[in-house]
Design a protein around this ligand. Structure first.
Ligand SMILES: CC(C)(COP(=O)(O)OP(=O)(O)OC[C@H]1O[C@@H](n2cnc3c(N)ncnc32)[C@H](O)[C@@H]1OP(=O)(O)O)[C@@H](O)C(=O)NCCC(=O)NCCS
Length: 212
């Protein structure tokens, strides 16, 4: 039967998510919403990860064209994509941000970049109104489980893990089941990361907002 595990984390360890996103320090990758032009770099990171399901490059281009506003990439000064989170709002559950895939280049791991990417993601204008972040993780992916535990702790939100896609649903041999990780309710202050827009550029930054 279904296993349900709940973990609640302490509020103290990290800065509040209501703080504005930290500007990238010297040498730190900058985080911004994704565009279709990031599709190739994202696809490469997925291939290089060696653990993520690799979809066609076309799938990433299409996904980022449609859902770039709910996805983020981290890039270095040389404009290489060194990390990303792809996400979307499930049409029938707009209170949810669903994270499809996350990866960080091996050379950049262990420095908090994946955490920063997820925190930037939930502040995007495209994630306005979302109260839960969901994703699926395989039982053997310890780094990914640690990442979402860490995010929940930083948000002072509950993390629940429940069965989702059983291995019998996958056509290929040996695919692990995917468990649903759900974090929330979360309180979000949207603010699109990236270079500040000129007041004359036609775009408007969103007002700071706290969900009730
Ligand atoms: C999972 C992944 C994205 C983490 O990236 P990262 O930038 O190194 O992660 P962070 O430095 O932000 O660490 C976030 C938390 O996860 C923990 N963590 C990260 N890698 C870990 C590892 N290999 N083992 C144990 N814990 C790990 C960190 O300790 C941190 O927790 P803390 O805040 O309690 O200290 C990266 O390892 C990766 O790209 N893996 C391959 C792709 C993948 O598995 N994606 C996830 C499934 S969609």
């Amino acid at each position: 039967m279904s296993r349900l595990e709940a973990e609640t984390a302490s509020a103290s360890a990290r800065a509040s998510i209501e703080d504005p996103p930290t500007a990238a320090g010297p040498g730190e990758p900058a985080i911004r919403p994704a565009t279709v032009e990031d599709g190739a770099g994202v696809w490469r990171l997925v291939v290089d990860s060696g653990v993520l399901d690799v979809n066609s490059s076309y799938a990433y281009l299409l996904f980022l064209d449609h859902f770039g506003h709910t996805s983020v990439v981290a890039e270095t000064g040389t404009e290489d994509v060194v990390g990303f989170v792809t996400g979307f709002r499930p049409p029938r559950r707009p209170e949810v941000i669903f994270v499809w895939q996350v990866a960080v280049a091996e050379s950049m791991r262990g420095r908090g970049l994946a955490r920063r990417l997820l925190e930037a993601l939930i502040r995007l204008d495209g994630c306005r109104g979302a109260r839960y972040l969901e994703t699926t993780v395989t039982p053997s992916n310890a780094p990914s489980r640690a990442l979402f535990r860490s995010l929940a702790r930083g948000l002072d939100a509950e993390l629940t893990v429940s069965p989702y896609l059983g291995e019998e649903l996958f056509p290929e041999e040996g695919h692990e089941p995917e468990e649903l990780h759900r974090i929330g309710p979360i309180r979000i202050t949207p603010s699109t990361p990236g270079p500040p827009r000129s007041p004359n550029a036609g775009g408007q930054r969103s007002a700071t907002r706290k969900d009730p």
